[in-house]
Design a protein around this ligand. Sequence first.
Ligand SMILES: *Cc1c(COP(=O)(O)O)cnc(C)c1O
Length: 436
Amino acid sequence: MKGLADKPNYMIEILEGGVTLEDVFDGHIGNQALAEKSAFVVGDLGALMQQHVCWQSIVPQLQPYYPVKVNSSPAVIEVVASLGLGFVCTNKTEMSLVLEHGVPPENIILSGVCKQLAHIKFAAKNNIQHLVCENEAELSKISRLHPSAKLLLQLTTEAHAAETSMAFGSSLKSCRHLLEAAKELGAQVMGVTFHIPSSCQDLQQAYTHALSDARCVFDMGVDLGFNMSILDIGGGFTGSEFQLKQVESAIRPLLDAYFPPLSGVQVLAQPGTFYVASAFTLAVSVIGRKVVTRHWDSLAQGENNEDTEFLYYMNEGVYGPFSCKLLGNSIPAPSVHKVSRSPPRRVVYPSSLWGPSLDQLDQVVERCLLPELSVGDWLLFSNVGAYGLDDFTCLSSSSQLPVYYTVSTSDWYEMQEAGVALDSAMKNFSVVHYSA
Ligand SMILES: *Cc1c(COP(=O)(O)O)cnc(C)c1O
């Protein structure tokens, strides 16, 4: 008899015979309409794979390491591992998750400003050698608990400091101290890591400073006898091809000057949002609405005018999958799920979207233009794959939002042709074929 552990945990639907993502929403919305009308998520693993194709065609010189914190759903980890990416983990749970998916420890980096002792020990025990380090206290902890660790020094960047109003990472000057301290402790330093957030206004300037600083640290390291061979330029890629090309044109001349291929330095990046944001779409239903009408007289014409505004209540809000709204992020307006055969609704009204909690904070979208909606209509929020997917499964008011994974037939075959043997690599999944 097969144990529970042998059962597939997740199911991927392969869309055949012209079935589109829209049909998938139709199908699930149809089913939800009969049942509880709870919100759900569709994960298009083909979109994830297409982002990988895009990455490889624009920045083939940058080895992608996926930061698990961005979206740790098992399907994502499985596909990303099958695509051959490395992983960046920040704790023991993330390291175990990635190791369970068969990722070799040499493809894992343990990152984070301060690491719990048990997590450093876990890395040592599991032969995870690459650890990020940004201060002397961390350095002595690591050299004591994990003497064979290969360290990447976290270098601060102005863009990051401005963004977080707190310099995280080590300045050039403290990098020198850190290198000297490492030398004294007999620790090995292998390279440098930095992170420029996607909100950065002037990419050219940020990368110019960061890469020339990184070169300085490399030179200091080489002077002290370290084998400096890994440069990690972090994340901050929005997911758009356009922005990736901008970054590429900002860094190419700098890498050629400071870290040419002949130098033998391995260049990594940590694209999180880039890989997963666009792959996930959240569907919620409208459970209530209010109409606010304002009358005003126009003196000139003596006409009676009306302004109509709608407030819609949805079955999920900031205490569920929209929790990033509480952190000050704005949530882009959703699209309206088209009910088949209904005439297109062209007139739009100013609308605001609210969660179900009756809390003033539970406003998801302050103002957007939407056609008039009725209770029972569905709204689709796209690009929800980064930072928050874990919330889908633990924080939502309906306790667990179902996630339906799909992949189109063409993406499926493209993955196989790219050498990603998904059916064998993805042992935790079962595949069903979904046709019209
Ligand atoms: C979160 C994080 C990333 C991922 O950033 P994205 O912009 O989502 O790609 C990369 N590097 C570091 C250090 C991070 O903290």
